[in-house]
Design a protein around this ligand. Structure first.
Ligand code: IPE
Ligand code: IPE
Ligand code: MG
Length: 266
């Protein structure tokens, strides 16, 4: 059995993130450093994503969401955009059978209507074939932009109000979440590679309480060892969600203190 085929000993299986999101950045710079065309970085990046998905499954993580192409990435040279679109299609065609066998439930998020008909057909096939799989949820964001996702969710909610299916007072965070592509599943951990520390229009709503991990490693170098380090860091974080320090323990201390200490009034 190879190193990292099972969850490393120093990670607590009870405290793993259930949902990991990745901004796969640095493919171009990885290739440039080697004197290679940028697209070679994209090809290597696709292999790394495939292995990360398998790793997440091996280590018991419930969902992986990967940012593959943003609504802003159309600004790149046509040759690079074309290469990426063909790569997505080829990967899907090549890997679908194996992903299905491994129990991956694959979903694509983003404005998919703008993609080529042949890519849309592969996406549809992949989503339909794997819809009932329960091994791991794998969301791929293609032609995805978070602001546009939020606007579309608002439009859908507004249409329900117009049709009298919902009152404006009933609009809640939960209802809006349900109209996002991710439908209520927020990532616990976000990883961005390549040293950039920004969200680039990715999951702005869903990341409200997500732990962020930034690494200088370029995406094509983000192997299981790198992921292990990200999870070690995650497990050292204290997720408070607005609560007092050390969440539950602190809440208990407050109760104990209230018993002992006189109440101070303003
Ligand atoms: C990420 O790598 C892949 C996509 C955005 C499609 P980049 O292509 O952004 O690589 P850098 O950031 O230029 O190195
Ligand atoms: C973000 O990377 C988009 C994806 C990883 C798909 P970019 O390389 O496009 O982001 P910026 O331009 O550096 O913000
Ligand atoms: Mg980039």
């Amino acid at each position: 059995m190879s190193l990292y085929s099972v969850l490393p000993d120093d990670l607590n299986p009870q405290c793993l993130p259930n949902h990991v999101a990745v901004i796969m950045d640095g493919n171009g710079r990885w290739a440039n450093q080697r004197g290679l065309p940028r697209v070679v970085g994209h090809r290597q990046g696709a292999k790394i994503l495939k292995d990360l998905l398998r790793c997440c499954k091996d280590w018991g993580i419930g969902a992986l969401t990967a940012y593959a192409f943003s609504t802003e990435n159309w600004r790149r040279p046509t040759s690079e955009v074309d290469f990426l679109m063909v790569l997505f299609e080829k990967m899907l065609r090549k890997e679908l059978k194996e992903m299905h066998r491994e129990g991956v439930c694959i979903r694509f998020i983003g404005e998919l209507e703008a993609l080529s008909p042949s890519l849309q057909a592969e996406i549809k096939r992949a989503m339909e074939e794997t819809a009932d799989n329960t091994g791991i949820d794998f969301n791929v964001a293609i032609n995805y932009g978070s602001r546009s996702e939020i606007v579309q969710a608002c439009q859908q909610v507004a249409q329900k109000v117009e049709r009298g299916e919902l009152s404006s007072e009933a609009i809640s965070e939960e209802i809006l979440s349900q109209h996002l592509y991710t439908a209520g599943s927020d990532p616990d951990l976000l990883i961005r590679t390549s040293g950039e520390q920004r969200l680039s229009n990715f999951l702005l709503w869903q990341l409200a309480y997500t732990e962020m991990y930034f690494t200088r490693a370029f995406w094509p170098d983000f192997d299981r060892g790198e992921f292990h380090r990200a999870l070690q860091t995650y497990q050292q974080r204290d997720r408070r969600f607005g609560n007092a320090k050390d969440g539950v323990t602190e809440a208990k201390n407050q109760v104990a203190k209230r018993v002992k200490e006189p109440v101070l009034t303003a």
